[in-house]
Design a protein around this ligand. Structure first.
Ligand SMILES: [Zn+2]
Length: 413
């Protein structure tokens, strides 16, 4: 019922429709499904516009940046990221997709008209990012007839095979660079659990998994009561650390305990590098630890750690650890969720900014780089909040560290 509306009319029509009219049982929800389809079409058109505006901003900025002042790519990526409440690394990814989409007229039109989803568009652009603009236009022409109903996975596979026929060298180059992009990373979850992700050459990872599975199956046939997943993880832990699981972890733990916990009050503790855990688990980690060096950092109700040497120029030792733990090991730039790698003086040391917990904030490497770019400014407020100003004069304020970071405020220039 919303099919004939222009995108700008959809939202108002969907909001003002009366869905309460009794429908025959077998047709219940027809209007709502119509509304959902219309909204999805609207979202896709908006996503195409977002990509277009993003790519055009970079083109404008490149045109207007005086020769010799460097490529404004990183600044534009970070500005777009802040405008959309994301991390600068997400901004880089968005800008790469937006510029990759530009030469693909058919793909762009399909997204604008709601024929493909944004995920399908991203898959096509991502899998063809080694092509030059002319070759990308060839790919766009070759894929045009396949677009209706194309899912992201099928789009990725189809694009990959088309890229091989269009530019075999580019395909081989992509495979070579991708196989270098290896990492092991950690995501903290609820209940004192986490997920370890390893990315690497497929044949190596398959061997690791098969070896762990085989070991688990052997132990289980001998009567080991643990389930397969537990044995696999225990075995991975033992092989990677050289320690036996039952001995407890031989590592350094920072456990931040609010002082209220001493009075038996129910408050969350904080495990360095992970996030909030229950005081129960904190006590258990300390009690059952083997060769564990742990440090309990007590904070008062305002979240302040007492009695530190504040005369150092660099954030080191206990102060650095405490700021990282206070900031949940996350970057302080509004919208950024990357792991903090460095501690930054909010008021720069060269402007008399002290090396204290209130003047220190954890930032990721990219955010630390972005704030030094031309036209960027970061300033502390009276209440502990920090305001980031971008080259266009837009400002983004992060709340004081102990408050929830998700509520960054924004105002225009
Ligand atoms: Zn960051």
């Amino acid at each position: 019922m919303f099919e004939d509306l222009a995108p700008e009319e959809v939202l108002a029509a969907v909001a003002s429709t009366d869905y309460s009219v009794i429908e025959p049982i077998d047709l219940t929800g027809v209007k709502r499904i119509d509304a959902i389809r219309a909204l999805e079409r609207l979202v896709r058109a908006a996503q195409a516009q977002l990509a277009e505006q993003t790519a055009a901003l970079l083109a404008d900025r490149r045109r207007d940046t005086p020769f010799g002042l460097g490529d404004p790519f990183l600044s534009v990526a970070a500005e777009v990221a802040m405008a959309r409440g994301m991390s600068p690394s997400s901004g880089v990814a968005l800008l790469n997709v937006a510029t990759g989409l530009r030469p693909m007229v058919n793909v762009r039109t399909a997204l604008t008209n709601g024929v493909i989803s944004e995920a399908t568009m991203r898959a096509i652009v991502r899998e063809s990012d080694t092509l030059d603009p002319a070759a990308a236009a060839d790919l766009d022409a070759a894929i045009a007839d396949h677009l209706p109903g194309l899912t992201p996975r099928k789009a990725a596979e189809l694009t990959r095979s088309l890229v091989v026929t269009i530019d075999m060298e580019a395909a081989a180059e992509r495979e070579k660079t991708e196989r270098q992009n290896q990492y092991v990373t950690y995501f903290g979850e609820a209940h004192g659990m986490g997920t370890l992700i390893a990315r690497g050459p497929a044949e190596q990872l398959l061997l690791i998994r098969d070896s762990l599975q085989k070991h688990a199956d052997t132990l289980r046939t001998k009567g080991d009561p643990r389930d397969r997943g537990q044995i696999m993880l225990n075995s991975l832990y033992e092989r990677a650390t050289g320690q036996v699981v039952l001995d407890g972890p031989d590592v350094h733990l920072d456990i931040l305990l609010p002082i209220e916990a001493l009075n038996g009050q129910a408050v969350a503790a904080e495990l360095g590098g992970h996030g909030p855990i229950t005081p129960h688990l904190a006590a258990q980690l300390v009690d059952h630890a083997g060769q564990t060096w742990y440090r309990r950092l007590f904070t008062d109700p305002t979240g302040t750690l007492v009695g530190l040497d504040t005369r150092k120029r660099c954030f080191t030792g206990l102060l650095a650890k405490w700021i990282h733990t206070r900031d949940h090991q996350r970057c302080s730039q509004p919208g950024c969720e990357c792991r903090s790698r460095e501690i930054d003086h909010i008021t720069p040391h060269r402007h008399g900014g002290p090396t204290t917990q209130t003047n220190g904030q954890g930032v990721c490497r990219l955010s630390n780089l972005v704030k030094e770019l031309p036209g960027w400014q970061v300033e502390p407020g009276d209440g502990g909040e920090v305001t980031w100003t971008t080259p266009t004069g837009h400002t983004y304020t992060s709340p004081p560290p102990r408050a929830h970071r998700s509520s960054a405020r924004h105002s225009g220039p």
